[in-house]
Design a binder for this molecule. Structure first.
Ligand code: NAD
Ligand code: LMR
Length: 338
């Protein structure tokens, strides 16, 4: 007979959810790009999440070291490492949630769209793997430019006949995390108690914070609104410049991605009222993809909320955001269709 720990692992590989060694119900999660600046702290945070029973760490470099390191944490999740394209299928088989932070980050002076040429191909390959090995998994896409990589993923899944719009989510949580922090700073509040919806997309003017809908309700001056909108839209660039060539946001991003993944898992578990902003296939505007508040549940996205009443400033911002978004979305679609 195999030793007990191996038997438990065999059990973990059957069924879509499973019991971890601690006995609690858990999910199987893969991180693709797990040895990177985001991937490593994200893997650590997921290893700490009691909802995760199996954690697969995939990258084209360095996963043995990252996996050995993280596997020593005495939390419930079983960690396995996968290295290189020939192990992608094994990394993905049986997964409930796939989080993708694989790809190159910006350097000062670059836009997120400047990453398209490299990251589009990476996202295509990884999503082909998802379509083949875990076509029903929820996908959290972090790789930039998100406004194009989410449409790329959708086209790959359509081509494979596995596209489920409820299962594909572009991660824009960092915009909300930043907005909550910056607004709390201006208002003198605890950032954990502030909630700012951020809609549109994830690049420059496509990042549209709805400061008229801040919770708790508050009144900001027009100077504060213009300062906050600009800071939230350029939060990523603020970090890229501070890192001065060493990459972009990794730690705050891992925090945001771990929070978003936890919300997806709580939704899958059946928790009520799990709401996050995310860039998804949407009919909220005339564009095929748009970020807005979505409710997460057992089937992934259960409901997409409309934008609600906008201020005149936000309506103008929305028009600018849509103009850029339409191009970025089309660029992603064309990359697969061409
Ligand atoms: P990084 O260079 O530190 O790490 C990226 C990792 O991806 C590396 O370990 C690399 O080996 C791996 N990788 C490259 N090609 C791969 C492939 N084909 N398969 C699997 N893994 C592969 O970069 P980072 O700082 O972690 O950023 C990763 C991506 O996330 C960038 O595109 C960045 O722009 C984006 N990002 C998005 C957000 C957001 O809010 N959505 C925030 C921050 C960064
Ligand atoms: C961010 O918002 O921090 C990320 O999209 C990374 C970047 O390039 O700014």
């Amino acid at each position: 007979d195999p030793p007990t720990s191996q038997m438990e692992e065999v059990k973990l590989l059957t069924g879509s959810t499973c019991r971890s060694k601690g006995g609690s119900l858990g999910f199987k999660v893969a991180v693709l790009g797990a040895a990177g600046g985001i991937g490593q702290p994200l893997a650590m945070l997921l290893k700490m999440n009691p909802l995760v029973s199996v954690l697969h760490l995939y990258d084209v470099v360095n996963t043995p070291g990252v996996t050995a390191d993280i596997s020593h944490m005495n939390t419930g999740a079983v960690v396995r490492g996968f290295l290189g394209q020939q192990q992608l299928d094994s990394a993905l088989t049986g997964m409930d949630l796939v989080v993708i932070p694989a790809g190159v980050p910006r350097k000062p002076g670059m836009t997120r769209d400047d990453l398209f040429n490299i990251n589009a191909g990476i996202v295509r390959t990884l999503c082909e793997g998802v379509a083949k090995c875990c076509p029903h998994a929820i996908v959290n896409l972090i790789s930039n430019p998100v406004n194009s990589t989410v449409p790329i993923a959708a086209e790959v899944f359509k081509k494979a006949g596995t596209f489920d719009p409820k299962h594909l989510l572009g991660v824009t949580t960092l915009d909300v995390v930043r907005a909550n922090t910056f607004v709390a700073e201006v208002l003198g509040l605890d950032p954990r108690e502030v909630n700012v919806p951020v809609v549109g997309g994830h690049a420059g003017v496509t990042i549209l914070p709805l400061l008229s809908q801040v919770k708790p309700p508050c009144s900001l001056t027009s100077e504060e609104i213009s300062y906050l909108t600009d800071r939230i839209q350029n939060g990523g660039t603020e970090v890229v410049e501070a890192k001065a060539g060493a990459g972009s946001a990794t730690l705050s991003m891992a925090f945001a991605a771990a929070k978003f993944a936890d919300s997806c898992l709580r939704g899958l578990r059946g928790d009520a009222d799990v709401v996050e902003c995310s860039f998804v296939a949407s009919q909220v505007t005339e564009l095929p993809f748009f970020a807005s508040k979505v409710r997460l549940g057992r089937n992934g996205i259960e409901e997409i909320y409309s934008l609600g009443p906008l201020s005149e400033y936000e309506r103008a911002g929305l028009e600018k955001a849509k103009k850029e978004l339409v191009e970025s979305i089309q660029k992603g679609i064309t990359f697969i269709k061409k």
